[in-house]
Design a binder for this molecule. Structure first.
Ligand code: CDP
Length: 783
């Protein structure tokens, strides 16, 4: 029975991603790959106006086009009580307009046809009578006394204000500022950006007219949550609804909300008795689905003369668009923004936030970030750099002087968050060493003498991921806990079902590696199922880098449950008592007699063929994880740029990124996540911005106007790591997917400002296009 020890490719192994095999062969199964018998196609007519009364919609000419099956209007949806739907923030959102349009690109009508091109053509035959209204395109305009009222249909809504939210201790913060030797402030706007995943949003809704069973294939990062929302909206029993998210071509937060298109296609399938497919085109995706950021922030830091930080005050106005539709934990109106004190031991902090409706598409999605942590991280890291210069300290020294020290963890921040673990000095030291900071500063001084503008930017971010403990975290009242179900088959191969939904992060590989580590079954022998609400445990899905902190923990827990039973089975096979059995890497050995051993495969077979009296057959279980805390990944990024003062162009010379995400399950996947995150961070800092003209026309409606970095512009990345395990996570892992998008924009901007500080430039809002940089230089020089 003794078995050969084979190296188990568990935690710490750079196992190649299992899923890539089908992806690189073009054999992925995305929504648009789904074709069902009798399937019809849907196209959506969108408003050309940002704010306009809808006098009439006449679909008769469209209906007459050959191949058109139906024209769906708001009126028709209203007849079925489906013209409005709840949002994940507890607001309401129009599915199809009945009264007035509230943003450009809003859904006005839909055509169902036998062919997608006929459906699109028919849109042009729908006659709509609009009456344009005054437009609001910023929180400042929204707050004006004479601003047009956007949500006039909401009872009791008399202005465009949505919420006011506060965190921290106002009195203690006021006292800190009253006693400060110096106060430094910064106003900055984190512009509206878009997650712009490779695959746009879409669905195939299939309601079986015979059984009433609804199967909806959908680009969703949270199929279980969406099923519950659909059950609530449609009044259908949950067991009659199956949401399937097949392969997802990137989500980045864009695929968390419920979009009107999903609801219209489902209603159409119900009414017509045919499956209905809806796939957005790129422009629809960019103008009408989940934007991110759009925060107008004011920050102030109180300091002692010696550079000690004593207080932080931040206020912000959030542009939420026409409907408050983002998914934030319901108690936290601006998500986890109160992590804004960052990596610093700030004794007092106070944060206020106000949300406003504007005539823009609903936004605020967690674009590769944990709710609003990106905006917070950007605010503190920009403010810290400006404060360092104003107090006359080197920005690295200033940070190090104020970091939360390693022995202060678990650390309770002034806004009430408990950071689990960290070693900020170590990450900073490694980044400085890798980039050659001291030498770079010398080179920078020499270059300045020659008239060259070199800039060195740092960001020492602290993240907060893995929402979250049931006491404080829910979406629409549903607690943010996640599950994993594991069955080991008689042959010792296994099937893991998880409540997260991968969108390219490699869950089919890494979650198998967690089981491999715990039970000793090789990852390639473990099938991982996700994304099917009928075939996975309940959970709130994948966004905000929560999969590893929550589902990763549930996976370790269920594996340990099975290991406990497996140990009993091994004891039975080895004819010793359970206490004498040890499990390591898939081998159960007898203490003191290591040659006496059975493998997990022997044990699995026995679970179905040779189990002791009184024991249940089988080797399977389920675990739900309620995190005791979130995890706090961190790191230091260093960016070196050279700015051309004549053109405003800036070139990235170096990017050094030191990340600490606790224990790394798959180092190669972690590095891939960091590369992707840095690329997106660079894109946001340098070129991405959705703009609107004064009439509310969305300018960034295609990839010529909304610029994404290509391989041509993207700089080279040099990575480093420190490992500070999370003390409460079963395998010590923290999330990592979004860290680099959260941490890096400030490092890029800080580098450009570092180059331009001697010229008098104090701030440039992202994206730092060459035109804006040039203008800032001109303005600074003009005085
Ligand atoms: O929720 P999401 O998958 O977007 O983010 P994540 O939990 O940070 O995980 C991203 C990918 O990196 C997954 O495949 C994780 O299992 C992997 N990862 C890892 O190997 N080690 C970590 N400490 C964190 C994540």
């Amino acid at each position: 029975m003794a078995a050969e020890a084979e190296e188990i490719r568990g935690i710490g192994h750079s196992v190649r991603r299992k899923e890539d095999d089908r992806f690189i062969r073009g054999a992925g199964n995305y929504i648009d790959d789904i074709h069902l018998p009798g399937m019809l196609h849907m196209a959506i007519l969108r408003s050309p106006f940002a704010h306009a009364k809808l006098n009439s919609v006449d679909g008769s000419r469209a209906q007459a086009l050959e191949g058109v099956i139906a024209v769906v209007t708001g009126e028709l949806m209203a007849q079925h009580n489906l013209a409005w739907m709840p949002t994940l923030s507890g607001d309401t959102e129009a599915v199809l307009v009945t009264d007035k349009v509230r943003f450009q690109g809003q859904e006005v009508a839909a055509v169902i046809a036998t062919d997608p091109y006929i459906a699109k053509d028919a849109l042009e035959l729908i006659d709509v009578d609009y009456e344009p209204l005054g437009v609001v395109i910023s929180p400042q305009q929204a707050a004006a006394a004479d601003a047009p009222l956007i949500r006039d249909e909401k009872e009791g809504q008399t202005d465009n204000h949505i919420y006011h939210w506060e965190s921290g201790d106002k009195e203690a913060t006021d006292a800190a500022f009253a006693q400060a030797d110096k106060v430094v402030s910064l106003d900055t706007w984190y512009p509206r950006s878009h997650p712009a995943p490779l695959e746009t949003c879409g669905c195939v809704a299939d309601i079986n007219p015979a059984t009433g069973q609804a199967t909806i294939y959908m680009t969703s990062q949270a199929p279980q949550l969406i099923r519950t929302v659909f059950a609530l909206v449609a009044g259908l029993p949950e067991e009659k609804i199956r949401i399937v998210s097949p392969d997802i071509g990137g989500g980045f937060g864009n695929k968390v909300p419920v979009y009107p298109g999903y609801v219209i296609a489902t209603a159409a399938s119900l009414l017509l008795g045919h499956p209905v497919k809806w796939i957005e085109d790129r422009t629809e995706n960019l103008i009408s689905t989940g934007f991110a950021r759009d925060f107008w922030m004011h920050g102030e830091m109180a300091l002692k003369e010696d550079g000690t930080m004593t207080g932080l005050r931040v206020s912000l106005d959030a542009d939420e668009g026409a409907f408050h539709a983002d998914a934030q934990p319901s108690k936290l109106k601006v998500g986890l923004f109160h992590v804004v004190s960052g990596s610093y031991d700030l004794p007092a902090a106070h944060v206020t936030a106000d949300g406003y409706y504007t005539n823009k598409a609903p936004g605020g999605v967690a674009y590769r970030c944990s709710f609003r942590v990106t905006e917070a991280s950007f605010m503190i890291e920009r403010l810290v750099q400006n404060a360092a210069y104003e107090i006359g300290m080197d920005p690295a020294e200033f940070r190090k002087k104020n970091f939360i020290e390693k022995d202060q963890f678990p650390y309770t921040s002034a806004t009430g968050l408990t950071y689990d673990s960290g070693d900020y000095q170590a990450a900073m030291d490694l980044a400085l060493e890798k980039v050659g900071y001291a030498q770079l500063r010398k080179e920078q001084a020499e270059a300045r003498e020659q008239g060259r503008l070199i800039g060195i930017g740092l960001a020492s971010f602290t993240e907060i991921v893995g929402a979250g403990p049931h006491k404080d975290y829910d979406i629409l009242g549903i607690k943010m806990n996640d599950g994993a179900e594991l069955r080991v088959h008689p042959t010792g191969k296994a099937h893991l079902k998880i409540s997260s939904q991968t969108q390219g992060q490699g869950h089919e590989t890494t979650f198998a590696q967690i089981v491999a580590e715990e039970l000793g079954i090789q990852p390639e022998d473990i099938k991982v199922t996700h994304g099917d609400s009928d075939d996975t445990p309940y959970g709130l899905g994948t966004y905000a880098s929560r999969s590893t902190p929550t589902v990763g923990a549930a996976t370790a827990m269920v594996s340990r449950k099975l290991a406990d039973k497996a140990r009993k089975l091994a004891a039975h096979l080895l004819e010793v008592s359970e206490e004498d059995v040890e499990l390591a890497k898939g081998r159960f050995t007898v203490k003191g007699a290591p040659d006496k051993a059975v493998t997990i495969q022997d044990v699995a077979f026995a679970a179905y063929t040779n189990f002791p009296d009184g024991m249940e057959a089988g080797l399977e279980g389920v675990a739900y994880y309620d995190p005791p805390n979130l995890t706090y990944p961190f790191g230091t990024y260093a960016v070196v740029v050279e700015v051309d003062a004549d053109t405003g162009q800036w070139k990235v010379e170096r990017v050094v990124a030191v990340d600490d995400c606790g224990v790394r399950i798959n180092p190669m996947i972690v590095e891939g996540q960091i590369h992707g995150g840095l690329t997106e961070g660079f894109g946001i800092a340098a070129m991405e911005q959705i703009t609107f003209d004064e009439e509310g026309n969305c300018i960034g409606a295609n990839f010529l106007d909304y610029l994404l970095p290509t391989a041509w512009e993207t700089p080279k990345f040099e990575l480093g790591e420190t490992v500070t395990p999370s003390p409460h996570h079963p395998i010590g892992a923290k999330g990592v997917g979004e860290s680099a998008t959260v941490g890096s924009p400030a490092a890029f901007v800080n580098a450009v400002i570092d180059a331009l500080w001697p010229l008098g430039v104090r701030n440039i809002d992202m994206p730092l296009t060459s035109g804006k940089v040039w203008e800032a230089i001109q303005n600074a020089q003009a005085g």
